[in-house]
Design a protein around this ligand. Structure first.
Ligand SMILES: Nc1nc2c(ncn2[C@@H]2O[C@H](COP(=O)(O)OP(=O)(O)OP(=O)(O)O)[C@@H](O)[C@H]2O)c(=O)[nH]1
Ligand SMILES: C[S@@+](CC[C@H](N)C(=O)[O-])C[C@H]1O[C@@H](n2cnc3c(N)ncnc32)[C@H](O)[C@@H]1O
Ligand code: SF4
Ligand code: SF4
Length: 344
């Protein structure tokens, strides 16, 4: 009976896309100042982050996860800001783990606090972690993260996470002329270590990174560069709507991936909803605004009322920003939510 009910609740948007993934930002704060996400000039000492009372509590997040799971969500990704800056995150993981229907809990992190926190997270039920790392070069990495953080600390965090039994991936944002010389060293290093590396095309998210198309190195060029030295072959997607195109190093079972949101948009299979740290629901990474879920939650709306509200919002969804932008080389002229606010 419960199974039947949950099937009935599954929802698709106006373009026929189901709701499967929920990406939850647990904080808007970050210890890094990556130049393409939270440039230090704009996110300086006077920048006002959300006060604690505006953040969704762990109980509120868990309640939303329960409601979203009834609508079809199976996969939760915790993000930020830097998710590991939120205290006791392992408690939240443990609470989400109890929710029926959720079979995958993952986290995207800059990795700087990973080594000290990952064991508790794994024990609580975290299954996978994606660590963002844009260079193995000490000087370049320090510059890119805006705060001089050390590559070796991130690499150590990655190994501690893998040793704890987590499935680890590494994400590298590539900017032409900034870190394209790091592509091959990164590919070789993570091939040796056996962790899947994914290259992300630099995107025109937010309003603060001064994005221009000529700063994007298309995935096709990156693939060709690697293939010349380390031959690759394509692999079938793992699941419907997978963001990364997967490749295998020929003759091995080691993989690499390409997230080509600028040159090969994947909106037609986009199953992702996002919730900001203050509890706003966003239907696209490039949305101008979100829908406030925190207020109705705190006003005492029932689960059924919340579920109906979210269902209606998803049913009307028609976002497909990256597909529309394909024909526009400067990005679309609209106010966009900041990446650090909804977590990528
Ligand atoms: N344009 C666009 N980019 C996305 C979207 N989802 C993810 N990305 C980009 O891809 C990056 C990698 O995503 P991850 O956080 O690793 O999640 P994932 O690729 O869903 O991870 P897996 O579950 O391991 O397949 C994000 O940080 C974004 O930069 C999306 O819906 N649209
Ligand atoms: C916003 S961060 C949040 C989680 C965590 N702080 C981290 O860096 O992994 C999530 C991801 O978004 C990516 N990202 C941020 N700005 C981007 C941009 N302009 N283009 C492409 N990816 C971007 C980051 O590299 C990171 O992999
Ligand atoms: S990409 Fe992640 S680590 Fe870098 S500033 Fe943004 S939120 Fe922080
Ligand atoms: S641009 Fe928007 S609709 Fe397209 S894949 Fe990304 S989040 Fe989904």
């Amino acid at each position: 009976m419960i199974e039947l009910e949950s099937q009935e609740n599954k929802v698709v948007d106006s373009l026929g896309r189901p709701l499967r993934d929920l990406r939850i930002s647990v904080t808007d704060k970050c210890n890094f100042r990556c130049t393409y996400c939270m440039p230090a000039e704009l996110f300086g000492p006077d920048y006002e982050f959300l006060p604690k009372e505006k953040l969704l509590s762990f109980e509120e997040i868990t309640r939303l996860v329960q409601i979203f799971s009834r609508l079809g969500v199976e996969k939760i990704r915790l993000t930020g800001g830097e998710p590991l800056m939120r205290k006791n995150l392992d408690s939240l993981v443990g609470m989400i783990k109890q929710v029926e229907g959720i079979d995958d809990i993952a986290m995207t992190t800059n990795g700087s606090l990973l080594s000290e926190k990952v064991n508790a997270l794994k024990q609580a039920g975290l299954k996978r972690v994606t660590v963002s790392l844009d260079s193995l070069d000490v000087g370049r990495f320090g510059q890119l993260n805006g705060r001089g953080y050390q590559v070796e600390d991130i690499l150590h965090g990655i190994e501690v996470a893998a040793a704890a039994g987590l499935d680890v991936k590494v994400n590298m944002v590539v900017q032409r002329g900034i870190n394209d010389q790091d592509i091959l060293p990164m590919a070789k290093y993570f091939f040796e270590k056996g962790h899947t590396l994914r290259f992300i095309e630099f995107m025109d998210v937010g309003n603060s990174n001064g994005w221009k198309l000529d700063q994007v190195l298309p995935s096709r060029s990156i693939l060709e560069k690697i293939h010349e030295e380390m031959p690759l072959e394509p692999v079938e997607p793992n699941y419907y709507g997978e963001v990364a195109s997967r490749y295998r190093y020929k003759g091995t079972d080691k993989e690499i991936g390409f997230i080509s949101s600028v040159t090969q948009a994947f909106c037609s299979t986009c199953t992702r909803a996002r919730i900001s740290a203050e509890g706003h629901l966003y239907l696209c990474l490039f949305a101008s605004g979100g829908v406030d879920l925190r207020t109705p939650l705190r006003e005492g709306k029932t689960d059924e009322e919340m579920l109906e509200m979210i269902r209606k919002i998803w049913e009307k969804r028609e976002d497909r920003y990256s597909e529309i932008r394909l024909s526009n080389t400067t990005g679309l002229d609209r106010k966009k939510v900041e990446m650090s606010h909804i977590g990528g």
